[in-house]
Design a protein around this ligand. Structure first.
Ligand SMILES: *Cc1c(COP(=O)(O)O)cnc(C)c1O
Length: 382
């Protein structure tokens, strides 16, 4: 982009995919690069910088460069899922390294840490990461190499203080990686707050249309650890496919609109449901009643996200019955798409989950919030 374009806002640049287009035809939509291999030069070199499709791909690079710019990073890679993005970071550690992870976090990743990561020799402590003193107390001097945060965290939407935890991690010589999937790059900027790495399940808000599984990792600086993360994507064959990368780029053009709509609906629903006679509690960082609302006000800008949870009066049976009675909300796992989803999380998480059994997780899409409220109101117990 020319110098004149440097002053455009994030929203403007996103709409035009940072100005990417097809230079050959002047087509406004960049092409999908599908080749798996590239011709060598006569002098035996690879002057284009491309050699093979597993290490990198131009369409995937474009998706990565947009995410990198959104997060204000030095580099970013896009992978085949959010889980592979997270695992690329954990695999860059060495056996014996100690990791601090949140007590409340994305269930599948927590499960992997508790079962598989320990078999690879990682030492994992699950800590209440909303309590900075608990994080500090969990540090093992010389051994703690990574602190992992998720904020707001699934499915209780706890908020942790990224800047404070970054300081604790750095004092101990550890890195901080933030799973910022639910905050999106629009609402929170973990790198600016001191994090070293940001991870996204791009499956969710970044793509936004429930038709791509993808993940991303962004780094604040190009160091040896980052070289290991990128090498793991390359050698473990974790790169995203070019068709999915194309859909991801297309989805990100409307990220700003979608996230703003979801945030507005989530806040409105949270406020109305807090008054509902059949709702025992609403968990949403935008409510004054939320225990970390002050941190959310400081750390999030432009909204508190599109995710909230409600605890239904009458317990587990009443919660499951509510999910059974909605018609507009879809009973499905996942989040961050244009269609609103409802899920009884305890059923999917199972033993050891910190999720209460009366909890329903709500992912607000972009439908009319009046319709979303009416559908829930009619489904909740009378
Ligand atoms: C979905 C999700 C993941 C995992 O992403 P996949 O693309 O499903 O592998 C990780 N963290 C959070 C917060 C998520 O919501």
């Amino acid at each position: 982009m020319s110098d004149k374009n440097q002053g455009w806002s994030q929203r403007t640049r996103l709409a035009q995919a940072l100005g990417a287009m097809d230079e050959t035809t002047r087509g406004l939509v960049p092409p999908i690069h599908v080749t798996t291999t590239f011709e060598r030069d006569a002098d035996n070199g690879y002057s284009s910088g491309n050699m093979y499709g597993r290490p990198d791909n131009e369409t995937v690079r474009l998706a990565g460069s947009i995410i990198c710019e959104l997060e204000g990073g030095a580099d970013a890679i896009v992978l085949g899922s959010g889980m592979s993005a997270a695992l690329a970071v954990f695999h860059a550690l060495a056996p014996g390294d100690h990791v601090i992870a949140p007590r409340v976090m994305y269930w599948a990743l927590r499960n992997w840490l508790a079962t598989e990561a320990v078999r690879w020799g990682l030492d994992i402590s699950f800590v209440d990461c909303c309590d900075t003193r608990a994080v500090e107390a969990a540090i093992k001097p010389g051994q703690t190499k990574l602190v992992w945060l998720e904020t707001p965290s699934n499915p209780l939407w706890e908020v942790s203080d990224i800047a404070a935890v970054a300081e604790i991690a750095h004092r101990a010589g550890a890195k901080l990686c933030v799973d910022s999937t639910c905050a999106t790059p629009l609402l929170t900027q973990p790198l600016a707050l001191g994090a070293d790495l940001v991870m996204h399940a791009a499956t969710k808000y970044l793509n936004g249309h429930s038709d791509v599984i993808a993940g991303a990792v962004v780094t604040a600086k190009q160091d040896e650890f980052w070289s290991r993360v990128t090498r793991i994507r390359r050698e473990h064959g974790m790169i995203l496919g070019p068709f999915e990368a194309y859909l991801l780029v297309r989805g990100m053009r409307t990220l700003d609109l979608r996230v703003r709509a979801a945030c507005a609906s989530a806040l409105e629903l949270a406020q109305r449901l807090e008054q509902h006679p059949s709702v025992a509690q609403v968990l949403y960082p935008g409510l004054a009643s939320h225990p970390q609302h002050q941190i959310a006000l400081r750390q999030m800008r432009g909204g508190f996200g599109g995710m909230l949870s409600i605890r239904v009066k009458g317990g587990e049976a009443a919660a499951i019955a509510t999910a059974a009675h909605v018609t507009l909300w879809k009973r499905a796992t996942s989040l961050g798409g244009v269609e609103s989803l409802i899920e009884h999380r305890a059923s999917i998480e199972g033993a050891g989950s910190p999720c209460p059994t009366d909890l329903l997780r709500l992912s607000c899409g972009i439908e009319d919030p009046q319709d979303l409220y009416r559908d829930l109101d009619e489904a909740l117990p009378r």
